[in-house]
Each structure stands twice: as structure tokens, then as C-alpha cells.
Write a protein of this length. Structure first.
Length: 295
């Protein structure tokens, strides 16, 4: 089955709604990342997004319950892959289709990173606003405490009920200061975690962009050996065929599901003592071991 091109504006990421091309009947297709499900290029279970995390799940989910038994699940791009309406109507069938190559996977991931970073930004802006009102509350509570403490009636003739009421008000003011101080601390820690995880996502996005650039150039120059999709028979055949002659190894790259390496580095790891006829098989054995270990 032909998958929509990565640069098609209708392409929504890993989930693609094909209902319009299916006579209006529900059809949700899923194209796994090349590295998904332990580098098998197969669909992984859905996992909910953690706004504080420094990574996105491969098959991310934003789940919402609307009450009256209505609920739905969308990915970070807003593509709905499951729903149940209040009238009981439900759609949940997902058709798994061929996986993305590593180059395509990185492009989709960066597209999702942009949205994830914006979600984090909105969240820490909200926290900043919420935290900004706490100092005023602390100041008011402190002033109340000081006011009550200065006016505690120490006279022998003052009733015990008045003294108790004043002490209670002082206690309330102290508790307000205590609770607001803890709340301010929690908000600061949440803010810090969001900023740190945003930096980590931005750094990964930058690394992805550099690798995308490398893969695009290698592909255009005819220097790319792409064995990143593992959901097909003979997934490593392209590498085996390329090594029928090792004279053109210089400058060539091999796209694995989880990273890109040079062909020269593979040959170096195999060693010079391997017979020429055995090089293709040994190279495939080496890279498949890398893929299996995720190394």
C-alpha cells in the first residue's frame, strides 16, 4: 500500500485518517516509526503524554473523557484514533500499514516536537501567572499575623474567648503563609522541570535536523543504504547487495531504524581478517545485532 509522502500537507503524522478515501467509512491507518517497538518498525501500545517528560512516547496519546460515557483518544497532532460518543457509537479499529523510514520518522518526530514544545511553553506560562499572585497573598497573610500579634490582649481582665479567637486568627494567617510557601515551591519545581525538559526536547530536535540533512544529502548523492524499515522481508538485503563490492564504501551511510552510521565503520568493526566473500553476511550480522540491542 502506498503511503502519503511526508511533505504532503494532508499527512498528519503516524496516524492518518483515510475515511474520506474509504467512502466515508472509518479507516484509521497507522505508520510506525522505524525504531518503534524495540526497533521492529511495528506499532507500539499507546502511551499518554507527560507534559513534564523530556521525551514523547512513540505512539503518544491525549485521552479525554467527556462524561455520559463519551471519550476519545488523539495523538499530539489532533488525529483521532479512537472515540466513543454519548449515544454509544464507537470506533477503535486501527489499520497498521508500512512503517516510515528513519528519515521520514525523524521528520514526523520533529513536527511533533514543535507542538510538544509549544504545549510546554503554554504550561509554564500558566504556572508563572499562577505563581505571580502568591507573593501578594503571602504579604497579606504576614501583615494579618503581625497585626493580630501586636493586638493580643494581655490584660488580666480580657476574656479567654477573645484571646482564643485572636490566637486562632494568628494560626490561620500562619497556615496561609505555610501553604502558600509550599505551593510556590511546587510551582517553581514544576516550572524548572518544564524548562529542563524543553531544553532536552529542543536539543533532540536539533540533532534530528542535522541527521535529516545528512540523510537527505546521502540519498540525493546515491550514498545512502537504507535498511531502517524492519517490517519487510529481507530488511537487510540492501546492505548485503551494497557490499558485493567494498571499493565504494567511502562516504556511504547506512540508515538503521534507530541511528545512522557509516559503511566504513561497519567494515572496520568486522575487521580485515574476514574473507571478502563473507563480508556481506558478516556486515548484516553486525548491524542486526546493533538493531536488536538498540546500540
Amino acid at each position: 500500500m502506498k503511503i502519503q509522502a511526508i511533505n504532503n500537507m494532508n499527512f498528519k503524522g503516524l496516524f492518518t485518517d483515510k475515511s474520506a478515501q474509504n467512502d466515508g467509512n472509518w479507516r484509521m491507518e497507522y505508520s510506525p516509526y522505524s525504531w518503534e517497538n524495540n526497533n521492529t518498525s511495528k506499532m507500539a501500545p499507546k502511551a499518554r503524554i507527560d507534559i513534564y517528560a523530556a521525551a514523547l512516547p512513540d505512539n503518544e496519546e491525549i485521552y479525554t473523557s467527556y462524561g455520559n460515557n463519551a471519550e476519545n483518544s488523539v495523538d499530539i497532532l489532533g488525529t483521532e484514533s479512537y472515540y466513543r460518543r454519548s449515544d454509544g457509537k464507537m470506533r477503535k479499529t486501527i489499520t497498521e500499514v508500512p512503517a516510515l523510514t528513519r528519515e521520514e520518522s525523524l521528520k514526523v518526530q520533529n513536527k511533533k516536537f514543535d507542538i510538544f514544545l509549544n504545549m510546554k511553553k503554554n504550561k509554564y506560562n500558566k504556572i508563572k501567572i499562577e505563581a505571580s499572585i502568591i507573593p501578594d497573598r503571602l504579604m497579606r497573610a504576614r501583615n494579618s499575623y503581625n497585626s493580630y500579634s501586636k493586638n493580643i490582649p494581655f490584660s488580666f481582665f480580657t476574656g479567654a474567648s477573645i484571646q482564643k479567637a485572636t490566637a486562632n486568627r494568628m494560626g490561620d494567617a500562619f497556615n496561609t503563609v505555610h501553604d502558600d510557601a509550599l505551593e510556590l515551591y511546587r510551582k517553581f519545581m514544576s516550572y524548572a522541570k518544564l524548562r529542563e525538559s524543553s531544553d532536552a526536547i529542543a536539543a533532540q530536535k536539533k540533532e534530528n535536523a542535522l541527521e535529516i540533512e545528512l540523510l537527505e544529502k546521502a540519498r540525493k548523492d546515491g550514498k545512502l543504504i537504507d535498511i531502517s524499515r524492519r517490517d519487510i522481508d529481507g530488511a537487510s538485503n540492501a546492505l548485503k547487495e551494497a557490499l558485493l563490492s567494498t571499493k565504494e564504501a567511502a562516504g556511504r551511510y547506512v540508515a538503521l531504524p534507530h541511528k545512522t552510521i557509516t559503511l566504513e565503520s561497519i567494515l572496520k568493526e568486522i575487521g580485515s581478517k574476514v574473507n571478502s566473500a563473507d563480508i556481506p553476511a558478516e556486515a548484516v550480522k553486525f548491524v542486526e545485532n546493533l538493531i536488536k540491542k538498540g546500540a
